[in-house]
Design a protein around this ligand. Structure first.
Ligand code: FES
Length: 98
């Protein structure tokens, strides 16, 4: 079944897929602990490793291209406040602030 799995230091949370909202917005609504501050792609408190389902996400935003190093982007890092699920599919994320 398609689902969103969000892993943080507090554990793994499984949620239904929701398109069009950022991961930070989804976390806030679902009370999933997922660090964030600026929600503008600057602080990187929301840095997230995509372990599964990159193909279902929106393309990298300009803010992510500026804030994340190329090597990080290649390894699957995104910013939770910039990334959205665009099409339904299983997505697995790990919160990885610096
Ligand atoms: S909340 Fe600051 S970069 Fe995402």
């Amino acid at each position: 079944m398609e689902q969103l799995t969000m892993c943080s230091r507090q554990g793994a949370f499984t949620l239904p897929i929701e398109t069009g909202q950022t991961i930070v917005q989804i976390a806030k609504t679902a009370n999933v602990p997922w660090g964030y501050l600026c929600e503008r792609g600057i602080c990187a408190q929301c840095r997230t490793k995509v372990e599964e389902g990159m193909e279902y996400l929106n393309p990298l935003t300009e803010a992510e291209k500026k804030r994340l190093r190329k090597a990080e982007r290649t390894e699957g890092y995104r910013l939770g406040c910039q990334m959205k699920i665009e099409t339904p599919g299983s997505v697995r994320l790990v919160h990885k602030p610096y």
